[in-house]
Design a protein around this ligand. Sequence first.
Ligand code: ZN
Ligand code: ZN
Length: 309
Amino acid sequence: MNSKPQSVTNDRTIRVKFWGVRGSYPTVDQASSKFGGNTSCVEVQVDRRRLIFDAGTGIIALGKELFNGVPSVPAAYIFLSHTHIDHVMGLCFFEPLLSPKARTFILGPGPTPGALTRSLHHLTHSDLFPVSLDELKGKKEIISLVGGETIRFGLPGHRPKIDAPGMGNGGERELKIATYKSSAHPLNGVMLYRVFYGNKSLVYATDIEEQDGGYPEVIEFARGADLLIHDAQYLQEEYFSRTKPRKGWGHSTIDLAIEVAKKAEVKRLALFHHEPTHSDKTMKMIESRAKQIFPSVMVAHEGMEIVLR
Ligand SMILES: [Zn+2]
Ligand SMILES: [Zn+2]
């Protein structure tokens, strides 16, 4: 058995791994098993830190892998896009939050300093879960963000530094995360994140319903990124369906995601937050359709890894 703490990459790369790619609710059927049924969770290993975007059911397997036979793990930094259930469903089963030896920072949208803590406490209300958030043994700190902040990192394992909007944004090549709060998701909007390290960057933009042609602010936020992970839940025919239109539900079509990627001139696009009723067969059709309009597109699947170097 390996007794060394789980190490985190310390070269100059950004390593991205998808642990959950499904939107709305998890799926367990054979027909969608290749692309995967877990809800949103993306791990980014960079500069000796483990950053985790969203705590959908995908985070459960990630937590177990971190603790696979090791006594302690380096701190994890979880960035929530918002607190809709598909993005926090795995949180109480994330191994580091259950172990007194681990430390987790949870950051996400909240209009006041205690707002995110209050939202997350709903998850463990006694009617829903037997243990309260405070009783979970792992050390944790919950930090509300309003959008526009720059997050910088000191020593690994320490609380990140949050520069208020308009304040300093750190050295040119150091690891930092920019935040942007969009109101284009019901009811309280969604936080978008951009990770910068060296001369590379990636954008995490899930649960956003782009307007026709994309929101200029979002396009600017993603400008020139090496990787854009973008909500692409619906097909055009679903979005504009006569019998059950999905317009206004808070998600983008594949075409809208591609339009934003093109206008922002990103190098690669990963379609994300897949509609749970889409089978592997539908996802393959989406991939080949999407590649005809934007060759550097990928349909994110569970286990997919991308290295930015
Ligand atoms: Zn969602
Ligand atoms: Zn949502």
